[in-house]
Design a protein around this ligand. Structure first.
Ligand code: NOJ
Length: 756
């Protein structure tokens, strides 16, 4: 670059900065001491809520009054927050208002299904609406900053936090990320019922080795760019206000101190304009990672582009010294402080620091009937019908039911993991749902089994309160009671699966089967010869190879949220025809992990489906390579056929779109929705392609007998990928398109040429 170009570049950059700078913020900054600026970078929690790390902040009140706090999280309610806000406004020299943060990841008090479940609806309007409701309720309770959406791609169901995201796929994950950011932030962050969203956890957190939480990650940039980064990028493009770093390292440097990630990529390449917050003590934890003492890692974090320190107080306690020693600059501290003040300005907190503290709002806006109705619909929309032997579902209202299983009446397990703002006592269990939705149905209830008989697993699960309660009675007595109920019934509904805290943060498992105590129950129920329906709850894909082989039906309902029972019973009785589809592949065994639909081809591909084992090909001796249940899989009470696929054009030029359409017919007796999915295979390119990968979907409702031509447009970007130079570009050649009902449906294949 010559001097003239450099000059123009610097001029343009400063003009851009000047254009964006907010005069009130600049004026405030000009009056701030360095200590006051550092105070803004400090995020504390006064305790009282769920704590996810070792440290709980102390002397919070004194620190606020000393101007040492920029925000709080883990407190709620206009009165309590007003007190904290008054300390900041009235008792500090500059009266800068606080952020009030919270984890509202699947609803505030109106708790929706866990995010993995919500994503299974493939319904972006519904997901956006749930986020909007979450923002309305959280802001009514004084909260202005949400630590959501969590968009980490997860392909290892051992990792408990797979529950918190949208599953394995970057295309779907990006759509969900955009919907949630729009839902939380709306068009105007200054409105009373919108809040700052946080995209987390930047980056790659879902790829933790062995599925162990907080474990290391190592991956190529090609894989990052093509598979793991797109949802974070999509959230940034949707205007997300903040980003939270992950606990893991990225290319050998933990995310919280990774300059490439936080500055070069996030701000440089993606143009992020918001502020970056650490995860809970993740700056301090860089000491454990082996990067030096608290002063060193705090300086590293600030230099990398971190703006706010969650709980660890390393910024507060060490930056003054680092500044003195020349390890950080005043400019770096000012820049971080500016980003935080700008976000407070966008929220309107400088105009009115008490704007989210209207004491009339909680009663008016939280857990309203209208919100609960959306939660009920969401619980039904998240359900995935995995198997429907003999068409047992939907149930007849005349059938006498044996309602059994340890999750049938367990209020503590309905909301799902990480619903710290929800109220367990508000949750409708499946049994309560029977009473509410089908009061005319005769049923007998028996618990039948413990969630697990393993006391160690039970204790490790019960950190946030009793999720696994081991009955005082002998397991054989429980089983006998359930079998007696089954023998008197026409149909057995067994509500089984995982406790809510079997998944979530620090909720990793190595065994992904239904616990043995419940498997025994299931086998014995099937042996009675009565039709059995499993209502399966879990926070992750499970290994249900045995159950898929048994003669029974399975409705996967995740942890359905506050309206669990009403939504699930709606599905059981056909008030709602299930239309959920899996957003992460379900493995045949833990040994197959990772298994996901967009795996790359091997040079020695496995034999085709159904073909025998072949030595010296990429296959297992004991099971096929394919998952038990593929990505995109889900049944309905009706059936659909796909016929007559068509392409808008068989040859297109670079930059052109192409339309793919197909006739979808409801061939059954009931109205139902289908998620039509489009997968793309780039046949030849310079970097090995995934076998195929999702590039479009649409959800359609069809009446019985109705046919509709469904069109999905492939945009120019859908043909692009990050090549070896990390340029996002398409390459000429043949593309194959599959359009159908899941990632393994290859009946309708078309191909087109992309001309140079
Ligand atoms: C730790 C979790 O990783 C993060 O997702 C959450 O937002 C923070 N704790 C705050 O609760």
């Amino acid at each position: 670059m010559n001097y003239a170009t450099l000059f123009l570049f610097v001029l343009a950059a400063s003009l851009l900065r000047a254009q964006q700078s907010i005069p009130e913020v600049e004026e405030l900054l000009s009056r701030m001491t360095i200590e006051e600026k550092i105070g803004q970078l400090n995020l504390l929690t006064p305790g009282g809520g769920a704590v996810t790390g070792a440290v709980v902040s102390s002397d919070v009140e004194a620190k606020i009054k000393a101007g040492q706090v920029g925000g709080l999280f883990g407190l709620a309610g206009p009165d309590r927050i007003r007190t904290a806000q008054e300390y900041a406004i009235n008792e500090t020299r500059l009266g800068i208002p606080l952020f009030i943060g919270s984890d509202v990841i699947h609803g505030y008090k109106t708790t929706f299904p866990i995010p993995l479940g919500l994503s299974s609806s493939w319904d972006m309007a519904l997901i956006e609406r749930t986020a909007q409701i979450a923002a309305t309720e959280a802001t009514a309770d004084g909260i202005n900053w949400n630590f959501s959406p969590m968009v980490d791609i997860a392909r290892d169901p051992r990792w408990g936090r797979i529950a918190e995201g949208a599953g394995e796929d970057p295309y779907l994950g990006s759509a969900v990320a955009r919907a949630m950011v729009r839902g939380y932030q709306g068009d105007d962050l200054g409105a009373d019922s919108t809040m700052l969203a946080t995209v987390k956890h930047l980056a790659l957190y879902g790829a933790a080795e062995g599925g162990r939480d907080y474990a290391t990650v190592d991956m190529s940039r090609l894989k990052m760019y093509n598979q793991y980064l797109p949802p974070y990028h999509a959230a940034v493009e949707a205007g997300v206000a903040s980003a939270m770093t992950s606990f893991n390292d990225v290319e050998g440097v933990p995310a919280s101190g990774n300059k490439w990630l936080l500055t070069d990529l996030l701000r440089g390449q993606w143009g992020f304009q918001g502020f970056v917050v650490s995860d809970y003590t993740s700056i301090n934890e860089m000491t454990n990672h082996g990067l030096g003492d608290l002063q060193a890692v705090s300086a590293l974090a600030l230099t990398a582009g971190m703006d706010m320190d969650m709980v660890g107080e390393g910024f507060l306690t060490t930056l003054p010294e680092s500044l003195e020693e020349g390890k950080v600059t005043e400019e770096q501290i000012t820049t971080a402080c500016r980003r935080i003040l700008e976000a407070k300005h966008k929220l309107g907190l400088f105009d009115d620091p008490y704007r989210y503290l209207d004491t009339l709002r909680p009663a008016r806006d939280i857990l309203t009937d209208a919100h609960r109705a959306v939660a009920r619909r969401a619980a039904a929309s998240a359900a995935v019908l995995l198997k429907n032997d003999s068409g047992t579902l939907p149930l007849s209202r005349d059938a006498r039911i044996a309602l059994v299983g340890p999750l049938a009446d367990s209020q503590n397990n309905m909301l799902g993991t990480w619903a710290p703002t929800g109220e367990l006592s508000e949750a409708i269990t499946i049994q309560a749902g029977f009473d509410e939705v089908v009061p005319e149905v005769t049923y007998t209830y028996a618990v039948g089994a413990n969630i697990t008989d393993d006391t160690t697993l039970a204790n490790n699960t019960n950190v946030f309160g009793p999720r696994v309660v081991i009955d005082e009675r002998n397991p054989d007595t429980l089983l006998e009671e359930a079998l007696a109920a089954a023998r008197q019934a026409d149909v057995v509904v067994a509500v089984v699966g995982e406790a809510s805290e079997f998944s979530g943060e620090a909720g990793s498992r190595t065994e992904l089967t239904i616990p043995e105590s419940q498997k025994k129950l299931i086998r014995a129920l099937v042996a009675t010869g009565k039709p059995v329906v499993l209502v399966l709850m879990s926070g992750r894909p499970l290994v249900i190879t045995e159950e898929m082989d048994l003669p029974l039906s399975i409705l996967q309902v995740w942890h359905p949220g506050v309206e669990a029972g009403n939504g699930v019973v709606d599905v059981l009785y056909g008030n709602y025809n299930p239309a959920g589809h899996l957003t992460a592949s379900w493995p045949r065994s833990v040994g197959q992990i990772p298994v996901y639909h967009s795996m790359k081809r091997s040079g020695r591909p496995a034999p085709n489906k159904g073909a025998p084992f072949q030595k010296f090909q990429s296959n297992y001796l004991d099971v096929p390579n394919t998952p038990l249940l593929p990505f995109g899989y889900g049944l309905s009470y009706t059936t659909f056929t796909y016929t007559n696929p068509q392409l808008g054009s068989e040859q297109i030029r670079m930059g052109d779109s192409v339309q793919v359409s197909i006739e979808v017919t409801n061939t059954g007796q009931l109205a139902g929705e289908e998620v039509v999915q489009l997968y793309l295979r780039d046949v030849v390119r310079s970097v090995t392609p995934p076998d195929k990968t999702l590039k479009g979907f649409t959800k359609v409702m069809l009446a019985p007998g109705e046919s509709r031509r469904v069109t999905i447009t492939l945009a120019p970007d859908d043909l692009k990928f990050y090549n070896a130079a990390l340029d996002f570009a398409a390459e000429p050649g043949t593309f194959e398109v599959f359009i159908g009902e899941n990632a393994e449906d290859e009946q309708n294949m078309l191909s087109f040429e992309l001309l140079p």
